[in-house]
Design a protein around this ligand. Structure first.
Ligand SMILES: [Fe+2]
Length: 315
């Protein structure tokens, strides 16, 4: 049995379409989706519809789904802050039927294929706690790529080596039962195989918002479980025209209504590197300095912080 493992679509309709088409060409008809379907890209409703229409699938919730759940039946006249604009826009642009579908999804799924147990959760923390996949994340990749002129493939390869040599990581592996562990959340495509211990870990990366430094492609991972229980993992990158995508984002309602968020996301799409984490840290500092204690951040604070950050701090 072959599965296409996909995660963190984040409302990027064209990337999801490209990945589904590629899986179709590979003859794959089973799908695994590991959460975060909306927020950041302007096609949230289309992405949910596309996933709903797939016949054979395992689908779980991610952390972004919670942001939409928190907005249900709330007084929209109070939605005047800057920080949450993208969630408000997304909430208003997802049909109630699709929202109900998203919120009906489980946080975990565990199933079996050809005698192999498969475990799904949005974050590796569900399986291994705060260490180790969680700490080799998109911030690590961005910081390393800024410090030295080093190819993203080398950074990812170094991180994989560090994991293999890390005693705490091996300890966490030893506590797991045999099987395949699937998660997303970090937006970094990676996998780990220990054939002796029969442990396999897969993060297919972010289909819609990859932050592993590898440009112009949408990642997903093929998981094959043969009839004899042998497990094979193949990481794939599907060519994806980022420039065209960014031009379309700039024409969207999301770009008009959640302008700052959209601009930070465009920076992430252009570089395939983390920017939002650094911007949020900057806004926190800026709000403190001007004595603005409102949370979510007020529109003025949010926009002014972006203006300063984008000119003086964004790299
Ligand atoms: Fe995500």
């Amino acid at each position: 049995m072959k599965y296409a493992v996909i995660s963190d679509v984040h409302g990027n309709g064209p990337a999801l379409k490209a990945v589904l088409e590629d899986a179709g060409k590979e003859g794959i008809s089973q799908f695994i989706f590991a959460g975060d379907y909306c927020i950041s890209g302007p096609w949230p409703d289309q992405c949910i519809t596309a996933i709903k229409e797939i016949d054979h699938k395992h689908v779980i919730r991610g952390n972004e789904e919670k942001y939409l759940e928190n907005l249900i039946d709330k007084d929209q006249s109070a939605w005047t802050d800057g920080q949450m604009q993208v969630s408000y826009w997304c909430y208003r642009n997802v049909s109630r039927e699709n929202l109900d579908y998203l919120l009906s999804l489980p946080h975990r799924d565990d199933f079996e294929c050809n005698g192999i147990k498969i475990h799904m959760a949005h974050s590796s923390m569900d399986f291994m706690g705060t260490h180790p996949f969680y700490t080799w994340n998109s911030v690590t990749v961005a910081e390393r790529s800024r410090k030295a002129d080093i190819a993203p493939e080398q950074i990812l390869s170094d991180m994989a080596d560090e994991r293999r040599k890390d005693a705490e990581f091996q300890e966490a592996i030893d506590k797991l039962e045999k099987g395949v562990y699937i998660f997303g959340h970090s937006h970094i495509q990676c996998s780990y195989t220990d054939k002796t211990k029969e442990i396999y870990m897969i993060n297919p990366g972010s289909c819609g918002l990859p932050l592993d430094g590898i440009k112009n492609s949408a990642p997903y991972t093929v998981l094959e479980i043969r009839d004899d229980g042998q497990v094979e993992i193949e990481e794939k990158r599907v060519p994806f025209d980022k420039d065209k995508y960014i031009a379309e984002v700039k024409q969207s309602g999301q770009y008009r209504e959640a302008n700052v968020w959209s601009k930070v996301i465009i920076r992430e799409q252009e570089s395939s590197l983390e920017h939002m984490y650094f911007f949020l840290a900057f806004v926190g500092q800026y709000a403190k300095e001007i004595g603005d204690e409102r949370r979510p951040y007020a529109l003025d604070t949010w926009e002014k912080a972006y203006e300063i950050w984008s000119k003086e701090y964004a790299k």
